[in-house]
Write a protein that binds this ligand. Sequence first.
Ligand code: FDA
Length: 389
Amino acid sequence: NEYPDLVIVGAGLFGLTVAQQAVEKLGVNVRIIDVRDHIGGNAYSYMDPETGAEIHKYGAHLFHTSNKRVWDYVNRFTSFTDYVHRVYATHDGEVYPLPINLGTVNQFFRAHYTPAEAKALIEEQAGELAGTDPANLNDQGISLIGRPLYEAFIKNYTAKQWQTDPSELPASIIKRLPVRFNYNNRYFKDTWEGLPVDGYTAWFEKMIDDPRIEVSLNTDFFDESQPYNKRALLEAGVPVVYTGPVDRYFDYDLGELKWRTVDFKEVRYDEGDHFGCPVMNFSDADVPYTRAIEFKNFNPERADQQNPDKTVVWEEYSRFADRDDEPYYPINTEADKALYAQYKQKAAEEPNVVFGGRLGTYAYYDMHNVIDQALTAYEEQIEPMLKKD
Ligand code: FDA
């Protein structure tokens, strides 16, 4: 038969990393299929001709990691800009820095608190519900940072994210709400961060730039009219790495795992810069979207390739996902966790198939997590599977 040594379902970062490793370590032939018309999975981006902005099609993607193995690995395929992620929030007609820090606190209370004074104030305000167990997310938020800051910056934003009043959400959704008692508003704490110099897609193409790796786009693993389908590959015993939804693989026979999704609304402005920053959160209920992304501002180093008179912004609207929506954030209720545990068991019993990535394991991972997991899965599961034949 004409099958390759390994078929990878999904050209996201998990699938690309596995393909790259299999070819480098064993010199095998790999076929990657993806139902979409591009590689890169959710980290895919494209250039917007009108503005020169690099648009992250499935939401803003910032690369950051403290994992040396991952940082060394990704730097083989791209270099990174010196971009440092910072986020601002519009609340009640003013713009504040996030995450909540001493700048946010002092602006909000019109004060000049020292770190110790601010800490004492917030501890006092957080004591409002002292002695009670937070019954819901609202109480939890108040207990963590006090009512004033919680209601200004967290409450309505969370309500928009979940399309649910926080008093009806479980307290467990928010475990921590860090407040920084200094003026550091650098969003990530990782050792390394940046954006790929030539864009995400150039990075991903470099990973699989090898004649032993072939890619079939617009190809659905469950479509039996194409040769790399589930039934045919299983019958032929071809090793498969599957990074699609685990419940879909088993035809949802135990039930459906639940996700949230995001709808993006594109808005174009006849001005060079609309927000003056890449990410603006909207903390209040009167703005229906959670945040807006101004992609040009992720890449200030490309100013000479960008249109000085136009910009493009994507507003994000969050909601529960149906089966046909893009699954973005696992909801992870106790029922979801129990259901996933059952699917995980079935997946482990599936011969010649390794499940991986965010959809294959029902989890939210950042890009660096997924790369790390793919490197480990390659070593521990996939290489042994390939050597068996
Ligand atoms: P991914 O979803 O990327 O790839 C899976 C692929 O499988 C998809 O291309 C899909 O089309 C394909 N597939 C599914 N079913 C198939 C079938 N039946 N047949 C063929 N192909 C099929 N991370 C980070 O580090 N920094 C950030 O800022 C962000 N931001 C962010 C924003 C949003 C809104 C989300 C949802 C996620 C992020 N992430 C992130 C996380 C990042 O997107 C994530 O870590 C990687 O995309 C995961 O890569 P995977 O390969 O696991 O899945």
